[in-house]
Design a protein around this ligand. Sequence first.
Ligand SMILES: *[C@@H]1O[C@H](CO)[C@@H](O)[C@H](O)[C@H]1NC(C)=O
Ligand SMILES: *[C@@H]1O[C@H](CO)[C@@H](O)[C@H](O)[C@H]1NC(C)=O
Ligand SMILES: *[C@@H]1O[C@H](CO)[C@@H](O)[C@H](O)[C@H]1NC(C)=O
Ligand SMILES: *[C@@H]1O[C@H](CO)[C@@H](O)[C@H](O)[C@H]1NC(C)=O
Ligand SMILES: *[C@@H]1O[C@H](CO)[C@@H](O)[C@H](O)[C@H]1NC(C)=O
Length: 951
Amino acid sequence: MFCSTKMLKFSLFFLSFFGLVLVSVFSVDDPVFNDEIMGLIVFKAGLQDPNHKLISWNEDDYTPCNWEGVKCDSSNNRVISIVLDGFSLSGHIDRGLLRLQFLQTLSLSGNNFTGFINPDLPKLGNLQVVDFSYNNLKGSIPEEFFQQCGSLKTVNFAKNNLTGKIPDSLSLCNTLTNVNFSYNQIYGNLPSEVWFLRGLQSLDVSNNLLDGEIPKGIQNLYDLRELSLKKNRFSGRIPEDIGGCVVLKSLDLSGNFLSGGIPQSMQRLNSCNSISLQGNSFTGNIPDWIGELKDLEILDLSENRFSGWIPKSLGNLEMLQRLNFSRNQLTGNLPDSMMNCTKLLALDISQNHLDGYLPSWIFRKGNYHGLEVLDLSSNGFSGGLPSNIGGLGSLKILNLSTNYFSGSIPGGIGELKSLYIVDLSDNALNGSIPFEIEGAISLGELRLHKNSLGGRIPEQITKCSSLTTLVLSHNKLTGSIPAAIANLTNLQHVDLSWNELSGSLPKELTNLSNLLSFNVSYNHLQGELPVGGFFNTISSTSVTGNALLCGSVVNHSCPSVHPKPIVLNPNSSASNSSVSSKYHRHKIILSISALIAIGAAAFIAVGVVAITFLNMRARSAMERSAAPFAFSGGDDYTNSPENDPNYGKLVMFSGDADFADGAHNLLNKESEIGRGGFGVVYRTYLRDGHAVAIKKLTVSSLIKSQEEFEKEVKRFGKIRHQNLVALEGYYWTSSLQLLIYEYLSSGSLHKLLHDNTNKNVLSWRQRFKIILGMAKGLAHLHKTNIIHYNLKSTNVLIDSSGEPKIGDFGLVKLLPMLDHCVLSSKIQSALGYMAPEFACRTVKITEKCDVYGFGILILEIVTGKRPVEYMEDDVVVLCDMVRGALEEGKVEQCIDERLLGNFAAEEAIPVIKLGLICASQVPSNRPDMSEVINILELIQCPSEGQEELLE
Ligand SMILES: *[C@@H]1O[C@H](CO)[C@@H](O)[C@H](O)[C@H]1NC(C)=O
Ligand SMILES: *[C@@H]1O[C@H](CO)[C@@H](O)[C@H](O)[C@H]1NC(C)=O
Ligand SMILES: *[C@@H]1O[C@H](CO)[C@@H](O)[C@H](O)[C@H]1NC(C)=O
Ligand SMILES: *[C@@H]1O[C@H](CO)[C@@H](O)[C@H](O)[C@H]1NC(C)=O
Ligand SMILES: *[C@@H]1O[C@H](CO)[C@@H](O)[C@H](O)[C@H]1NC(C)=O
């Protein structure tokens, strides 16, 4: 029995596809054959239900009344309502629904139904509400739909893809109260018969393609509350009889091509809450009677061609919340009566021809207590900004841009705690940006460009932590950009261009991780562009017009990394010793009687007058003193009389301490073999015949106490390594200090590489040996915790077997303090070798500064070029050039052409790369010297490694 009914049901199910008549044959009272279940199951069968919303729709049920979205009349259990809004269903709205004879409400809004609208639905005599909004229905609204419309009241087809015309039959369906066809592509005219629908309460055909005039006869709709014809192509005038719709609450005619004036009859629309005529071509004055529409909350007449004055009667609109008159041709000023519109939330009268002073009642405390938007931009207002500007406690948007406001920005602006956007741009404001701006803690956008603001950017602005946009361009701001701005981490757009800002760009700006634009062009900024974050990709147009700004973006290498590259002549030590030479001369004179021979050396540095003077003194001194030096052998033993200032203290760490020629030809001009930042070097011979190099320190005024000097020098003296120049001894008086080094005949690496008179070109193998040797020497220094500080090719000497020896190490330690300033001025001659951290006071200088110099030396050795080359009007920074060539895959072209291609590329290129890594900007990116040795040994070609090319 059960089985057979089931069978029957299934056959019914399939039969139903062939027509309603067949099915209805079986629609007897037996609930098992419930016709409505059949209709709904058929409807369901044609759908996709990805979220299984209709899982409760089961044909085994005796009644559909408990199914999801289905409601029945409790008296007869017949389905009266189907509401499936937002169920994500798709498919067609099937005829199965026509089985639901008692259906009153069919709401399928917010699904994905496709296909056409079923014209027969209204044949369901009880159907009152049809809501198919937010689906994907296509085709036109069928004429038949409204022809037998039964009891249809509400029809909502909004947000589909319907086309065609509004069916004429619509006017036959006089039960209709609410019609919504908005957001489709319906075209043609609005049929005048629509106005026969006397019961109509709302009509929304907005956002379609309707055109023609709005037909007359609307006055019949005395129940109409809402009319929206917004965003169509209606033209002509507003029907004169519109005033007949006396209960109209909302009228929206915006976004059409309507013209003419506002019809007089609208005066009767005094229930109206909202009128929008925005975006048409209306002309004429805003009528005085507008003040009689006392219920108005929203009045939008923007984007038309209204002219004349703003009527005084506006002050009667005490309910007004949003008033938009922007983009018209209104003149005069805001009528004082408007201060009575105390419920205003938004007041926009921008882009008109208003003029005069800004009425101060706008800002009167408590008056416009709810006002959130005030936009009076692009008018002709003048005079100062009222000092009580802080009175608008709820203000979020203040736009007074493009007027003629002058004077300064009142500090009261800081009282506006809700202020989010401030635009005072394009006025004639002067004075400075008030520090009180810090009070505007909600500020997101501050636009003050195109004024005459001066002074500094106030640090206090960092309190406005929500700031995303800061536009201060085209003013006269001075001073530097406060580093504190870097705390405004929400900043996205910053424009400070065309001001008179100076100083450097704070490095902290790289913390601004949300930055999308940052324009500081046309200021007087200088120094290095921050490196990192947004600044790695900043466009050059954002920084142009700052002659002293440097960095790769502006194609201008930085003097902070390579001190004073343009003014500095590396061959002249006179420029930076001119200040000290006076002092120097004085010191020399004091010691002259003790060290006769030094006099000759002093001539080199001192002017003609001094030379004459010194000659006199020297001669007389020579007569008195035959033995200026008291020499001692062994460690730290001296026999010079401590109390005699004419006698110094000479200490030799080992060996014989007797100068072969006595004092006479010690340190004379002929024996000068070099000079550097720390002094002049002379060659002389000890009595046992072995040559020594003597460095006369010229930084005497900066030298530490004798005790400290000796402590440091002795530490250096203990260091012995085949790649380090040995310090053999020293000489000390309070006014003169000498360091005595082992002497190396082949001269410096600098000379071997750059002296054009030198015919012997270093072979690749020799170069590699020098690089490896230097690495070993440096590694040894670092192991004993000594930083060289002053690595450069003139400080690397080559011995007769081609082994490099690094000299001059640690001398910086002899200065009283490791002041960066002193360092950079002393090591200025180390141009190009100086690690970038020397320019940065906050970075600790570690042995990694030597690794940097070593990296530059590698590049110098491989390319045969100086670290910084001076061209006619250009400076070539070796490291940048090689890095660029590497990036372009042309690095082999950098290798010293004097090698005539005679090098092992499989060594040379890795060596160059190693050099670049050692010369990394960031100290921690540079390898340790011990690692460098390992790398070099790996690079060294095994076959050639042992081979010594002695040429
Ligand atoms: C509607 O259906 C179409 C095609 O079946 C599909 O591409 C689209 O994603 C669906 N939209 C929604 C909102 O489910
Ligand atoms: C609307 O219909 C048009 C054709 O009538 C079609 O080109 C368009 O893709 C449809 N839009 C949507 C959202 O389905
Ligand atoms: C018509 O439907 C649209 C879309 O849902 C809606 O925004 C609008 O308010 C409706 N119009 C009326 C008069 O209810
Ligand atoms: C504001 O309204 C009050 C009465 O509500 C009226 O007396 C006063 O004149 C109005 N002010 C203006 C400027 O119209
Ligand atoms: C920036 O923020 C940090 C951390 O909140 C704070 O320590 C610092 O003082 C702030 N700087 C300025 C200038 O406000």
